[in-house]
Design a protein around this ligand. Structure first.
Ligand code: PRP
Length: 212
């Protein structure tokens, strides 16, 4: 096993914030900030190697051991239930998983509810807890269109600022759960690379607590 800690970061805005946090925790790698399209960065002194992957793929890299640790949204962890350890809530990328629809929706609880979502498992589990029968319609994006075009009665989706809903005349009708970015670890790395993983987690945790 390599002596570097392999870290999968989500590409994009969340990844930038997470990198800034890890840098403050003492795991900086200045090349990460240079413009370009490189995907792998190493900071030998800090003992870390970063890869930037599609946010929804981080958990796959970590589950299969291509990365020792990574950062994934709670939405992805709930939806795909990867076999990883969740070590820390980073408090970044905060948003809510919500049921949304037209504000004047008249819902008859005896009727099957048509629900469009990218998060089928989260939606199925939520409505199972509510004891509600649903017809799940899995979509891959632009979910807000579904209730507008009559494809579904509601959607289950992420709401961050609420702008997408507002601009499309939709509203939050209920909250499923809060979401934020989590530090996750591969189970084998956690066991066999325990000192490095726990030292990393402890230093990142200190930074999270200082930021509160
Ligand atoms: C998410 C989500 C909403 C939007 C909510 O989409 O699906 O469409 O963000 O954010 P807001 O409340 O700040 O408007 P995302 O941008 O992740 O892209 P997607 O279409 O691929 O889901």
């Amino acid at each position: 096993m390599s002596d570097m800690l392999n870290i999968a970061l989500p590409k994009g805005r969340l990844g930038d914030k997470v990198y800034a946090l890890f840098e403050k925790a003492g795991f900086g790698c200045p090349e990460v900030l240079e413009p370009g399209r490189r995907l792998i960065f190493e900071a030998r002194d800090a003992g870390v190697r970063y890869f930037f992957v599609k946010p929804s793929d981080v958990a796959i890299y970590v589950e299969r051991g291509a990365a020792d640790v990574g950062v994934a949204g709670k939405d992805i962890l709930l939806e795909y239930a990867p076999d990883v350890y969740e070590l820390l809530d980073l408090g970044l990328g905060r948003c809510r998983m919500c049921v949304c629809g037209k504000p004047d929706l008249r819902d008859d609880p005896r009727r099957t509810l048509r629900v469009a979502t990218k998060f089928s498992k989260i939606a199925r589990d939520y409505y199972a807890r509510e004891g509600r029968s649903v017809d799940l319609i899995h979509l891959n994006g632009s979910i807000e269109l579904a209730p507008l075009l009559g494809l579904s009665d509601v959607i289950v989706d992420i709401v961050e600022t609420g702008t997408t809903l507002r601009e499309n005349g939709l509203a939050v009708l209920g909250e499923v759960c809060p979401i934020s970015a989590r530090l996750i670890a591969n189970k084998v790395s956690y066991k066999f690379n325990y000192p490095a993983v726990t030292a990393f987690t402890a230093r990142v945790r200190e930074q999270c607590e200082d930021a509160k």
